[in-house]
Design a protein. Structure first.
Length: 197
């Protein structure tokens, strides 16, 4: 046997061993990277279809879980759960309604008329949102009155104008709650009374 043949055999063995070692490291990196990415996405809320929930903020309540959430929160705080939660269609989240006790009366912008409304709010979040509304009711009432006083007379006489007013009221209430509590959570407002004189 020649000396060249003797030296090739250990080099070939080392080369095969190096390839196997690199393949093993590559597989381990892929498996570890996949597991790490899975944990990242799960913790980031990207897997499972929702955002990651912050434990100190209100959480969305699925239909059917509402009674358990109310019991956990210690009661309903004057809020009324939505009826007919077992049917098909609609939102997958439970709605809770809360009616503000006193009506709102305000002048309309650039008008001799005034508006008087009764107002209820709804949320798909747990009872902390309603607690926040109750705790900050004076600030919420002020924001509602400011929004009403910035409303044109023509807007309150059409259905589309009333829907726009609802959207502005939701935004103003959520703004107050974000400033005071760090979280809004009001999904809609409903008129329980609506008079323009």
């Amino acid at each position: 046997m020649s000396e060249d043949a003797k030296t090739e055999t250990p080099v070939k063995k080392k080369s095969k061993m190096l390839k196997l070692l690199l393949a093993g490291v590559g597989v381990a990196a892929l498996v570890g990277g996949g597991a790490g990415a899975g944990l990242y996405f799960a913790n980031g809320g990207l897997a499972g279809g929702g955002k990651a929930a912050k434990p100190d903020q209100p959480q969305l309540v699925l239909k059917g879980e509402q009674k358990a959430a109310e019991a956990e929160e210690g009661g309903d705080h004057g809020a009324a759960p939505a009826k007919g939660e077992g049917g098909e269609g609609g939102s997958k989240y439970a709605s809770t309604y809360y009616q503000l006790e006193k009506e709102f009366t305000s002048n309309l912008r650039n008008s001799a008329h005034f508006i008087q409304i009764g107002l209820a709010v709804s949320t798909n979040y747990d009872g902390r949102v309603i607690k926040n509304v109750e705790a900050n009711e004076l600030a919420v009432r002020s924001a509602v009155l400011m929004t009403l006083s910035d409303t044109d007379e023509a807007q309150v006489f059409t259905p589309e104008g009333k829907r726009q007013l609802q959207g502005r009221l939701v935004a103003s209430i959520n703004q107050v709650l974000k400033e005071k509590e760090g979280f809004g959570g009001i999904g809609n407002v409903y008129f329980t009374n609506f008079i323009v004189q």
